[in-house]
Design a binder for this molecule. Structure first.
Ligand code: MLT
Length: 412
């Protein structure tokens, strides 16, 4: 008789954003007359910029002729995109990253879920609390997190690093030594940032204890402060302890077209028992093996669209788009402050993190806001126990809807 992977069955409830989508559909079905504004999931609303659209059209035309047609993409990504990323995202910022250390993928969500697969099942993970749920859920599926406590809402074998108002939503080095440390800055969900000096402390710590930092830089395009690093590889020593996840979703609007990358330096190695003895093995080689076996590459047309992001026009146009969303962020931030809310984030990040009023739980506030203002946000407790009594709004709506939503909240 076949058996199921029982680790999947340990997951409580459904994926946070699927759960919210179901609740909102049910509410809309009951109240068809209500206009609902969605500021929940961080999904973009502005169209792909003209430089990207032109590149897509050209690439589609290439697929129409035998001379320029492209079949399977190279496993690890086309050289043109890997080089563009190496130069623009890393070398231009003084980071020592080469094109062959960049693996192109269909997005940072799948990479952040899959990367754990190349590490031992007994590796202990450390996560911020609150945290993007994919990091934890994927480790649950892999059987790495122990048992779930329904009262405290924590896993027995996960190191939680609380990010609270008291510590400025910045994690502290954990007392217990982890093997894999997930960091995301600018942070999802709190919108908090990390200074280069602080990130350097994490890199030094990881090198000292022999841990790997899995650094999610999906929101780096939203950084405006000069002392906030755009990449973990701006820190000295990161090549021997860090992996970075990159996304085209938030900087260039590819949530529907899907494109991302994972960066693994060749210097990230660990002594491992292999078929020909005990020796240093590059983490890069395992991810390359995984990619080759399980993945046939992001589509050519999408990788051409990604390349266009790095053209002069592409860069100008995506900066305008980021500025558009950041105008929303500041409207939300200022509007909620005026309405008396305690708010943070929204300065170097497209997320605004607010304390729920009257000590409401995060889900109580979700229901209240949906019912009284027709606005959807994300309950902070969905990101972890330290998110309780908090709520996240995204700046990815249209400006008109953002203004309408904030004005409705202010009028409550
Ligand atoms: C979020 O809302 O947290 C993100 O949009 C989810 C994602 O990027 O997968």
């Amino acid at each position: 008789m076949f058996k199921l992977n029982e680790d999947y069955l340990k997951l409580p409830g459904s994926y946070l954003f699927s759960n919210i989508a179901k609740k909102v559909s049910a509410y809309q079905a009951e109240h068809p007359e209500k206009e609902i504004i969605r500021l929940g999931i961080g999904d973009v609303t502005q169209p792909l910029c003209p430089a990207v659209i032109d590149a897509l059209h050209k690439a589609v035309d290439e697929m129409a002729s035998a001379e320029t047609f492209h079949g399977y993409a190279p496993d690890l990504g086309y050289e043109f995109l890997r080089s563009a990323m190496a130069q623009n995202d890393f070398q231009a910022r003084g980071c020592d990253i080469a094109a062959d250390e960049i693996f192109i993928s269909d997005g940072a969500k799948s990479d952040s879920a899959n990367i754990q697969e190349i590490f031992d099942k007994n590796c202990k993970i450390a996560v911020c609390d609150p945290v993007y749920p994919v990091y934890v859920d994927s480790n649950v599926m892999a059987g790495r997190t122990g048992e779930y406590n329904f009262d405290t809402e924590v896993w027995s074998n996960v190191i939680y690093m609380p990010c609270t108002a008291e510590n400025g939503f910045a994690p502290e080095l954990p007392a217990e030594i982890p093997d894999l440390i997930y960091l995301c800055f600018p942070n999802n969900p709190t919108g908090a940032t990390i200074s280069k000096e602080k990130l350097q402390e994490w890199v030094d710590y990881a090198n000292k204890v022999g841990a790997v930092i899995i650094y999610d830089a999906a929101y780096e395009a939203y950084i405006s402060d000069s002392d906030v690093p755009h990449s973990v590889f701006e820190c000295e020593g990161a090549r021997t302890c860090a992996i970075e996840l990159r996304s085209f979703s938030k900087n260039a609007g590819f949530t529907g077209t899907r494109l991302g990358a994972t960066v693994i330096p060749h210097d990230l190695k660990v002594k491992t028992n292999t078929y020909d003895g005990y020796k240093d093995v590059e983490v890069h080689s395992l991810w390359a093996r995984r990619h080759g076996t399980k993945y046939n590459g992001a589509p050519y047309i999408i990788q051409k669209a990604g390349e266009a992001v790095y053209s002069a026009e592409g860069q100008k146009q995506i900066k305008e788009q980021v500025a558009y969303y950041m105008k929303n962020a500041s409207y939300i931030l200022e509007g909620l402050k005026e309405a008396g809310y305690t708010v943070s984030g929204g300065k170097n990040a497209p997320y605004i993190w607010l304390r729920t009023p009257d000590n409401m739980t995060s889900w109580e506030f979700f229901d209240y806001l949906l019912d009284k203002a027709g606005v959807v946000g994300t309950p902070g407790s969905g990101f972890g126990p330290s998110g309780e009594h908090y709520f996240r709004l995204t700046a990815f709506g249209s400006y008109e809807n953002t203004v309408k939503a904030v004005d409705r909240i202010k009028a409550l």
